[in-house]
Design a protein around this ligand. Structure first.
Ligand code: GCB
Length: 594
């Protein structure tokens, strides 16, 4: 699936702005055919945004079920060929109607989907677009959860530590393509690193619908054609290639053209890509043959008011803060981020660990978050079972399809902190590793290990190309005791080193209330967060197998209510409104000097 784009043969129109909006607490919208006319009693709601925090009170914040969005749009007069409606994300599931016809059903809240609506629209006319968006998490969704019916109404329960924001979080697009068109492009690259000015090899595959032949050109950043090829698939050499490097996101464009027998243009699509290599050698993580050390954060798409809605202004500010602090990488914890974020990473050389939404699959963490209610097993037929695994496989397919051409993505993280110490977990994950590798043999595949499944009880790490660890020594364990935490961190790390694989610490940190201070190492203070950071980084520095440090979290973020959280998770280096805590200055001093 290609993104909407303006090319000589295509047009695109964003449908962002205010949409009509209603909640459907009784779940009667379909039976009452709400899509057949204007939504009764609607209020206006911005797209993109989470709806949860836009209205005071609990009703919308905690709403469980479907909400309906609607607007009309005029199809531009000249769009006489193919018309496509695309949602960059609808969290977590959606059904879409154009006038009275259902055109799309999609599950998975953080990945795009589209519908060819050509036969339902007429160029020049208005159409009504209605979307029912469901925020419910079940044992068959990724992430998992369940809805509890209580005397006070339904309650959404889940086992991950971020608020279940919902709605149309990203842009909606109406776009046109020719009838005969390019439908997908895959680019993989190699580089002969033995040369001073390496030759790049670009392999491509262009999928098309309808008659026509394919010609491709490779364009440099200034638009100069540096190589060309003919045919739907092939390989072309780029002499003296300029590599995509961390900190320097040099990209090329593969301009694919579909032409008829006489050579006339039928369709054109520009696909950006970078020439770079990623390789694991022993405990080293190499980008372009050079050892790479990850600095940065696990992040969240999370802001006051807009929740998980994408905003260019907030995105640019967050990336500027990453630059300021000297971070060279991020993990899209715990779901695929907006494509605008990925574009920025590609264009600016920010290295990305790209994660699926498979989070909240640990009985240990789940039990803590659920106020101590014991959960005997997560991976079982009546919990995370075959239904969830099918959904998990689907998000992996859709994530790889979406991000496969991105040079910034150097690792697929297929899950965050699942149980990995049981036979059931091993049986669940083994095929998902195989699937990811089959879909993309060019990138390392891993998952993020939870503290309660250490070496040697973890049965899943054996399938991963590298070890990614979330560790809270000094916070959840050895709470407040830095010397003991240092011992424990060190002792465990030594065990993981025996795998002979690179190790990235993808989380470590301490909840910290900005402005709270102590001279005696009190937890929750800015001093304690810095002290814990200092200790943790000191341990990493003693071990060559550690090739990355991504602190948890970039910024404070919202969670569900609970006795463990004070208006959300406070482990940010920045507050939720992006003011630096003391630790930000410590990290900045370290990372800008590396
Ligand atoms: C974790 C999770 C993350 C939580 C974090 C915490 O291990 O991966 O989602 O927010 O711990 O702060 O507890």
């Amino acid at each position: 699936m290609l993104r909407p784009s303006e090319t000589p043969t295509r047009e695109a129109k964003r449908l962002d702005g205010l949409w009509d909006f209603v909640t459907d607490p009784a779940g009667s919208g379909r039976a009452e055919r709400w899509f057949a006319g204007p939504l009764a009693g609607s209020r206006q709601m911005p797209v993109p945004a989470s709806y949860n925090d836009l209205v005071p009170g609990r009703d919308l914040h905690d709403f469980v079920g479907e909400v309906w969005y609607q607007r009309t749009v005029r199809v531009p007069r000249g769009w006489s060929e193919r018309v496509v409606l695309r949602f960059d994300a609808a969290t977590h599931a959606a059904e879409v109607w154009v006038n009275e016809t259902s055109v799309a059903v999609h599950t998975g809240g953080y990945l795009p989907f589209e519908a060819d609506i050509t036969e339902h629209v007429t160029a020049g006319d208005e159409v009504r677009i209605t979307v029912a968006v469901d925020n419910r998490l079940t044992w068959e969704t990724i992430p998992p959860g369940f809805v509890e019916e209580t005397s006070a109404g339904p309650r959404q329960r889940y086992f991950h530590d971020f608020f279940n924001y919902a709605g149309l979080h990203r842009s909606v697009w109406l776009s046109s393509t020719p009838l005969a068109h390019i439908s997908d492009i895959t680019v993989t690259t190699e580089a002969d690193l033995s040369q001073a000015a390496p030759e790049g090899l670009v392999r491509y595959e262009v999928e098309t619908q309808g008659a026509g032949g394919v010609v491709v050109d490779i364009l440099d950043a200034d638009g100069t054609v540096v190589a060309s090829g003919t045919g739907a698939r092939g390989a072309v050499a780029v002499p003296s290639a300029r590599l995509w490097e961390p900190g320097e996101g040099h990209q090329y464009t593969l301009r694919a053209r579909l032409v008829d027998d006489a050579g006339a243009l039928l369709d054109e699509y520009p696909q950006k890509f970078g020439i770079r290599t990623v390789e694991i050698r022993g405990t080293e993580f190499l980008i372009n043959g050079k050892p790479f050390y990850f600095t940065g954060f696990g992040m969240h798409e999370d802001h006051e008011i807009i929740g998980k809605g994408h905003s260019d202004a907030h995105m640019v500010h967050d990336f500027e803060l990453l630059t300021w602090i000297g971070a060279n990488s991020l993990r899209t914890s715990h779901y695929p981020y907006s494509e605008e974020v990925m574009d920025w990473a590609d264009a600016h050389g920010v290295v990305v660990i790209d994660e699926t939404p498979a989070v909240g699959m640990s009985r240990h963490v789940g039990q803590q978050l659920m106020g101590g209610t014991p959960i005997d097993s997560m991976f079982s037929p009546d919990r995370v079972g075959e239904g969830a695994r099918a959904a998990h496989a689907q998000v992996i397919r859709e994530l790889v399809a979406r991000d496969k051409n991105r040079p910034s993505v150097v690792i697929w993280s297929i899950a965050n902190e699942p149980d990995s110490d049981t036979e059931e977990a091993e049986a669940y994950f083994k095929p998902l590793f195989e699937l990811t590798r089959a879909l993309d043999p060019t990138r390392p595949v891993g998952f993020v290990n939870v503290m309660m499944c250490p070496e040697p009880v973890c049965r899943v790490s054996q399938y991963a190309d590298l070890i990614m660890l979330n560790r809270y020594f000094g916070w959840y364990a050895q709470s407040g005791d830095i010397p003991l935490a240092e011992e424990a961190l060190e002792a465990e790390l030594v065990l993981w080193e025996k795998h002979g694989k690179p190790i990235i610490y993808t989380e470590f940190g301490a909840d910290t209330l900005s402005g709270l201070h102590s001279l005696h190492g009190s937890m929750w203070t800015e001093e304690y967060q810095s002290e814990l950071m200092d200790m943790t980084l000191r341990v990493f520095d003693r071990h060559d197998a550690v090739v990355g440090e991504q602190m948890w979290n970039f910024a404070d973020f919202q969670t569900s209510r609970g006795i463990m959280r004070v208006d959300g998770n406070k482990k940010g280096a920045f507050t939720r409104d992006r003011k630096p805590k003391a630790v930000a200055h410590l990290l900045r001093a370290r990372w800008t000097a590396l």
